[in-house]
Design a protein around this ligand. Structure first.
Ligand code: ZN
Length: 151
């Protein structure tokens, strides 16, 4: 469609090909499992906290390019954030992807995460892009008894 769209797509493909922080974190302070039955995406997130700081965040899983790239970029965005900042970022990201009007955005607010702004054009992929975030949010809330489902 637009050059911006192609640029964003290239970044998503790059993160899918070489996901950042995709590894198990032994003895993680928090972990949660997530599943998106619509697409079959599965993810486990691991978080190390230092007081209220996200010291380390990693993931394992298998899924489509969008879910993998989203998890990869999420770990980069959350590392070093406070719990409050992490939750605020989740809310912003969620409204970017599910928000009205659906439009490709290019601004400083979400940084690199704006590559996902085009996902709102594809309602079936919204849950792929938000799976990692819902899962990390559950881990941060300590609500990890059940597998987080995007359904
Ligand atoms: Zn998916």
């Amino acid at each position: 469609m637009t050059d911006l769209n192609e640029l964003y797509e290239a970044q998503i493909l790059d993160h899918n090909k070489s996901p950042r922080n995709r590894r198990r974190l032994e003895d993680a302070d928090r972990r949660a499992d997530g599943y998106n039955p619509l697409c079959g995406d599965k993810i486990t997130v691991f978080i190390d906290l230092e007081d209220d700081l996200v010291k380390e965040v990693t993931f394992e899983g298998s899924g489509c390019a969008i879910s993998t790239a989203s998890a990869s970029m999420m770990t980069q965005s959350l590392k070093g954030k406070t719990l409050d900042e992490a939750k605020a970022l989740f809310a912003k990201f969620h409204s970017l992807i599910t928000g009205e009007p659906c439009e490709i955005q290019n601004g400083p607010e979400l940084g690199k995460l704006e590559v996902f702004s085009g996902v709102c054009q594809y309602p079936a992929r919204v849950k792929c892009a938000t799976l990692a975030w819902h899962t990390v949010n559950a881990a941060l809330e300590g609500d990890v008894d059940d597998i987080v489902s995007t359904e």
